[in-house]
Design a protein around this ligand. Structure first.
Ligand code: G3P
Length: 214
């Protein structure tokens, strides 16, 4: 199972605070291939021994693209993957397809977010490495996707069975029971943000949840 921590753009997880949080996570999980941090493009210069993905990028090569985040330059910052179409940063289906293809050509993994089964069906043909099911209404809340949507997770598992894409689930995941339930339902990873980043004791929460990441 994989544990993605989306740093989003919280005060607690950007700039200096992002670097500090990463150093804390590294102390415990450096070299652990299940642990992946998902950083805002603003924090691209933070180097880490952890695997890191970028929160969004566009299907562009290096070039004259002021203010854009071209997939073509992402590798320079030691990212190993690109997250695409998060609910807070949606892009068109065409762009998802182009981005997954470009990322794959450059040896980057792709994690495509989907808000439901229809979207999962739509992006499956692009063969991303991961599809993250995240119901938007549960993001940042206290009820986890595994508690509120077990049936949809099971359906998504069936849909992705035998394909290249692994199912990740996210939204409202806060403790090890949520992780255990996600795993039992067949998810191959979790995507967490506020449960870790906004916690007064992030590393305690991570360590606890990681016990279930097997
Ligand atoms: O990408 C992760 C995310 O949207 C879930 O957020 O705060 O519910 O863990 P949160």
């Amino acid at each position: 199972m994989l544990f993605f921590i989306n740093f989003k753009t919280y005060d607690e997880s950007t700039g200096k605070n992002a670097a500090e949080l990463i150093r804390t996570i590294e102390k415990k999980f450096s070299g652990n291939s299940s642990m992946i941090v998902v950083l805002n493009p603003l924090d691209s210069m933070i180097d880490t021994t952890l695997q890191k993905y970028i929160q969004t990028a566009e299907p562009l090569a290096a070039g004259p693209f002021t203010g854009h985040v071209p997939i073509g330059v992402v590798r320079k910052y030691n990212y190993s993957g690109v997250m695409l179409n998060h609910s807070e940063c949606r892009i068109s289906t065409d762009k998802i397809g182009e981005s997954v293809a470009m990322a794959s050509n450059l040896g980057l993994k792709s994690l495509v977010c989907a808000d439901g089964l229809e979207k999962i069906k739509e992006v499956m043909p692009f063969k991303p490495d991961f599809i993250a099911y995240e119901p938007p209404e549960l993001i940042g809340g206290n009820i986890s996707v595994s508690t509120a949507k077990p049936g949809i997770i099971e359906e998504a598992v069936k849909l992705l069975k035998g394909t290249k894409s692994k199912l990740i689930v996210g939204a409202g995941i806060k403790n090890k029971l949520d992780v255990r339930m996600s795993r039992k339902l067949g998810a191959e990873g979790i995507l967490v943000s506020s449960g870790v980043v906004k916690s007064p004791e992030p590393i305690k929460v991570i360590v606890e949840m990681m016990e279930e990441v097997v």
